[in-house]
Design a protein around this ligand. Sequence first.
Ligand SMILES: [Zn+2]
Length: 223
Amino acid sequence: MTAQHTTQSFIHDGKTYELRLQSDGWTFTVKAFLNGQPANGYSHSVTLPTAFDLRNTKGCDAIEILFEDAKSDIRDGTWDRLVEALNALHLTEDQSIGCRKCTSREVEIKTVDDRKMYRCKSCNNVWYEKRTVGGAYEMTLDDITEGVIAKGSYELHIAFLLNMNFREEAGRPSFWDQLQNWCNQNHLAYQVFYKQIKRGKDEQWLRFTRNIRAQKPSPTSPT
Ligand SMILES: [Zn+2]
């Protein structure tokens, strides 16, 4: 029998999850997806004593309970609690690195601005090691990177970077080259815009966002 699947949608906290039921005829598995990526690391499955057509599963308690289990994982935040508990165990990097958004283990690790940056190769999720020491220089840059992670974009008066982090000095690249280079390292894009702070005086600001050009297209959902 060829693999078949059927889906249910489930809304929690404003997000629409897709619960996919897959089967080879005997074993039935339900897994939750969000935006085409696994929503957590759980799969719920049952193996029946006899082959069963997926089209007849509606109202079959043995199958319906798998959907209910997948929904309660999301409702109760079970996965988030598990991730927190694992973090608390301080596992070594190799044992514990996985993307929290899509659970992929394909994670690229680089050192940027003296701390580790992690990027999921499957969904382009970016996160950083917690900084333990750092001054104003790092704080300005961390505000940008953390701001983009938290809200999707971050705005900053150009003077902060122009006069401090990416100052033009002899032997250094131009301000714009330093800015672009830093954005490339952090998978960010920037846009210049103008804000009127004082009457009649436009000031130059920068808006940072995730550079989505590096993102792989997400796999298409089964219909
Ligand atoms: Zn990911």
